[in-house]
Design a binder for this molecule. Structure first.
Ligand SMILES: [Zn+2]
Length: 213
């Protein structure tokens, strides 16, 4: 039987040679090799990239929080009902989150001006919308299951590590680099599958959303 793919929106950022990455992270390099055999051509590409490239998850070890690497991230946090919240920047702090009444166990994905502004730009956009450390603590205290954002880091230039530590320390799954341009606020089925790279502090993920009525 054919899967009903029409209901799924792919919110994954394509991995491309030379694509935008967080400052200081490795360049993304894709090299194709081509061998000609008597029976025809065989191609095997080589991919070199940081594990926090494009759409990806963060593991606790990213900021030296107990809990391990990517293999330890519970898939239950990344698969299931999620709420896309349209949030206004420039910073996401508790006052921005308060009206949305985030509940324990929820998966929340933040659609900000990043989606429209950043993904159409091949250069890194430094003034992206981010979650402050107070916002991170608020979400950790609320015991959300997963938090996602629509650019390369959930945290800001100054207090980014603290934001991550609050969330990772509370066992919250972090999804970064979502492209939410084609998705409005509402309730969705979330399917996020990070590559299984044991010990890695992050991993690229394919992420799909399907609107729930
Ligand atoms: Zn990351």
């Amino acid at each position: 039987m054919e899967a009903d793919m029409a209901r799924w929106v792919d919110v994954t950022v394509p991995i491309r040679h030379g694509m935008v990455h967080f400052p200081g992270d490795p360049e993304v390099v894709i090299e194709s090799t081509e061998e000609t055999h008597s029976w025809g051509i065989c191609r095997v590409s080589k991919l070199s990239l940081g594990v926090h490239t494009g759409t990806h998850v963060d593991a606790p070890s990213h900021f030296d929080v107990p809990g391990g690497g990517v293999e330890a991230i519970p898939l239950a946090g990344l698969i299931g009902v999620a709420r896309v919240l349209a949030l206004r920047g420039p910073r996401i702090d508790p006052s921005v989150l308060e009206p949305h009444d985030v509940q324990a166990g929820e998966r929340v994905l933040f659609k900000t001006s990043n989606s429209d502004r950043c993904w159409s730009n091949d250069e890194f956009v430094p003034d992206y919308v981010y979650v402050t450390k107070e916002g991170g603590r608020y979400l950790a205290d609320r015991r959300v299951r997963a938090v996602g954002i629509d650019y390369l880091s959930l945290g800001g230039p100054d207090d980014g590590p603290a934001t991550h530590r609050h969330l990772l320390g509370a066992g919250v799954c972090i999804l970064e680099g979502l492209d939410l341009r084609r998705v409005g606020p509402g309730t969705y089925d979330l399917l996020a599958l990070p590559l299984l790279i044991p010990g890695a502090d992050g991993a690229p993920a394919r992420v799909l959303l399907s609107r729930l009525e």
